[in-house]
Write a protein that binds this ligand. Structure first.
Ligand code: DGT
Ligand code: CA
Ligand code: CA
Ligand code: ZN
Length: 597
């Protein structure tokens, strides 16, 4: 799982993620070995800063590295050591001190290093299986600090670990796939190349990456593929298909097809299996046979079409179906009836309505975030730092009002940006929905914001009724415009809260409160199926990056992909609306007369 930065030189950003992961591990190792808690926190902070830093750390020298927030000389030197040698001796030393079993235990999302250590030292537990047995035999109950709640959390964590299996998050797979496609597209004779499978469908996690290439001769493409720098193992090597495993443990399948079969192969390998079963049924119905090579006459075996996906779908009596809809959730029926939704696209997004700065837990100052947003061509952009109830963020009335002054000043500068139409800034806040459904400030103070996002950040296990009531109450607050990351899940780490989503969706529809589709790849919250359900209630949505660093603004693509998987059109998503229509909606909320427009 580890590798030198040089092995990743083809992939920007990735080296930062590598180093961030290493520092997170180091911080954990320090805590496990009973080291200095302060030092552990220093590395946690450094990990976050490096992960969010705009420049690739493998291109920086000691001085450049020290310009990263929370990175001092000794941390900078560790990054250089890693870049040079692929490991850091201080980390290796601690790794060697820890039994592998404890490290295996910390893979359980809800189990921190401290508790893992107690389990190992007190009960000799060094594997997940042994932990399961111990819980079953109620042996954890005698341990100090392990209540029934802890036990429940651990069990839940073990379930999450099992269900996430070997799947990876969408962004990690996408970074790698983009790189592979770019590399293979440059091989002589490669006519076309793209990724297919669950990645092309923008599923939230990906089991393996499927890459498809079209070439008259497959050998040169296959060879280039097996020679990519991050290939750890070639699992299978053939003329039609080659499979590799990367140094990070991710599998990639490459299929090379004759250029003439491109469309049929792309349709076949994009899936999903459930969608393909339906398309094959359509083929049989039309006395045709559908395979990765084309659509054939069932009787004569004569090829009918294969060049493009459009051709294939057309011969099945269907319009081209966007990959994000191909899950057999009604897309075939909708296609037959001419009722496929005109899906929202990334270029439809006019602004981001949930973002942070270093005034709270963001990494970049206001000016940098705004400059990066303008770079993306947005027409508007909201700054929504955390409210004071998230006490760690040390927000005060004075600080948020001072920020407002700076936002207004910057707005003046960006509103007329050269000849372009410019970008308008909204001053907002991310409020905390407290256990009773109240938020950080009274209504008079909230009235000063252009926009309020409200989110649950604590008390995730209140029970279904209390959680539902809590969020419904937040919707009913006339100043709350958007419910942020509505189910609070972290994919593979924290389950969604147990609330009556239909009751929440109904409340959103009734009060005109938008639900967020948080585009951060760890969250993707709301998730696709919930979006579909919410839409049936008549809810509107905001697709937001929740950026804590300039780089995160680009996560918008994952939010839009998720919105598409929820069948959303441009009109469903308020941040595709022109600024005047958006402002009108925000004002309406204040007066309590929000229409469903
Ligand atoms: P994943 O990798 O688990 O995230 O999900 P997919 O959808 O990428 O699945 P994968 O990698 O097993 O296969 C890629 C696509 O290839 C799949 O969506 C549909 C197609 N495919 C694979 N195996 C079969 C099969 O046995 N029959 C049919 N009709 N299609 C298949
Ligand atoms: Ca796949
Ligand atoms: Ca595959
Ligand atoms: Zn939040």
């Amino acid at each position: 799982m580890k590798g030198a930065l040089s092995a990743y030189s083809g992939i920007m950003v990735r080296s930062n993620d590598e180093v961030a992961a290493l520092f997170h591990e180091y911080a954990d190792l320090i805590s496990i070995t009973g080291g200095d808690a302060y030092k552990s926190r220093v590395y946690e902070k450094a990990a976050r800063s490096v992960g969010g830093y705009h420049a690739d750390v493998s291109t920086l020298d000691v001085k450049g590295l020290q310009e990263i927030p929370n990175v001092g000389k000794s941390i900078a030197e560790k990054i250089l050591e890693y870049a040079r040698s692929g490991s850091v001796s201080a980390v290796e030393e601690l790794r060697a001190k820890i039994p592998a079993g404890v490290r295996r235990l910390t893979a359980i999302p809800t189990l921190g290093p401290k508790k893992a250590c107690v389990l190992y030292e007190e009960l000799g537990i060094s594997s997940i299986e042994e932990l399961a047995d111990a819980i079953h035999e109620e042996r954890l109950r005698d341990l100090k600090g392990f209540g029934p709640k802890t036990e429940e959390n651990i069990l839940h964590g073990m379930e999450l670990l099992q269900s996430s299996g070997e799947r990876v998050l969408l962004d990690a797979a996408m970074d790698l796939a983009d790189d592979i496609v770019a590399e293979l597209s440059g091989v002589a004779g490669c006519r076309r190349c793209t990724y297919a499978g669950s990645l092309r469908r923008f599923r939230e996690t990906v089991g393996d990456i499927d890459v498809l290439a079209a070439a008259a001769r497959s050998a040169p493409v296959m060879r280039a593929f097996t020679e990519l720098p991050y290939v750890a193992e070639v699992i299978a090597h053939g003329e039609k298909k080659t499979s590799i495993r990367t140094t990070k443990g991710l599998s990639v399948d490459l299929r090379v097809v004759p250029p003439d079969s491109w469309g049929a192969a792309l349709q076949y390998f994009t899936g999903s299996k459930a969608h393909n079963i339906r398309t094959r049924e359509r083929a049989v119905h039309h006395k045709l046979k559908l395979s990765e090579y084309g659509l054939f006459d069932a009787e004569s075996g004569k090829k009918i079409v294969s060049k493009t996906e459009e051709d294939v779908y057309a011969r099945l009596g269907l319009p081209w179906i966007p990959p994000t809809l191909r899950e057999d959730r009604g897309e075939i029926e909708a296609g037959l009836n001419g009722e496929l939704p005109d899906l929202v696209q990334e270029q439809d997004i006019r602004g981001d309505l949930h973002t942070h700065t270093d005034l709270t837990d963001g990494l970049a100052p206001l000016e940098e975030m705004v400059a990066a947003a303008a770079e993306r061509g947005y027409a508007y952009y909201a700054i929504t730092d955390h409210g004071p109830d998230l006490y760690m963020q040390r927000m005060t009335d004075e600080r948020i009002l001072a920020q407002r002054e700076r936002v207004r000043e910057l707005d003046g500068k960006y509103a007329k940006h050269g000849k372009r139409s410019g970008m308008r800034l909204l001053h907002g806040v991310e409020l905390n929905i407290d256990p009773d459904g109240g938020v950080d400030w009274p209504e008079e103070f909230l009235a000063g914001f252009d926009l309020c996002v409200a989110s649950v950040h604590s008390h995730f296990n209140q029970g279904r009724e209390a959680l539902t009531r809590r969020i419904v109450r937040a919707c009913e607050n006339p100043h709350v415009d958007i419910i942020g990351h509505p189910t609070t899940r972290i994919i593979g780490k924290r389950p969604p809260i147990d609330a009556d989503l239909d009751a929440i969706f109904a409340a959103c529809a009734r009060t005109g409160t938008a639900l967020e589709i948080n585009a951060h790849p760890d969250r993707l919250d709301l998730r696709d199926e919930d979006i579909l359900r919410a839409k049936r209630h008549g809810v509107r949505f905001a697709v937001d990056s929740d950026a804590h660093a300039t780089l995160h603004l680009a996560n918008m693509r994952y939010g839009v992909g998720t919105a598409q998987r929820g069948w959303l059109t441009k009109n469903d998503v308020i941040n595709t609306w022109p600024e005047s229509r958006l402002r009108h909606l925000l004002r309406e909320g204040r007066t309590g007369h929000r229409s469903r427009g």
